[in-house]
Design a protein around this ligand. Sequence first.
Ligand SMILES: [Zn+2]
Ligand SMILES: [Zn+2]
Length: 138
Amino acid sequence: MSQLDNCPNCDQIYIRNAFREVCENCYKQEENDFQRVYKFIRQRQNRTATMDQVVEGTGVSENLIIKFIRKKRIQLAQFPHLGYPCDRCGTLIREEKLCSACKKDIQTQLSKLDREEERQRALHDQAITYHVVNKKFK
Ligand SMILES: [Zn+2]
Ligand SMILES: [Zn+2]
């Protein structure tokens, strides 16, 4: 589906569709940048470059490089030191959406919630029992 929208990059009005998240100009610019990044990391001595080194070596912004990685245009398997930020804390990760620390943290919070829910349910059950017993003896 196509619709008029503002380019998220430069704010120009453009026709948005599933394949174009940015306007024609920005798209071309992005393609240029992608080629530059790709050429850079494909060089043998740059295979192990970190994000900072790639930014420095190409002049392309980290955000854009992360976008390429998220879109799988840059295959992380081939570049051991590249990654994208954890959705929660921004640590560089290489798979899924969260780093292991955040995953663990969320797990802990969830089980805490589970326990709290169980406690509430137990209290509730007790209250009902109490109510019923009370009625009986009235
Ligand atoms: Zn644009
Ligand atoms: Zn995290």
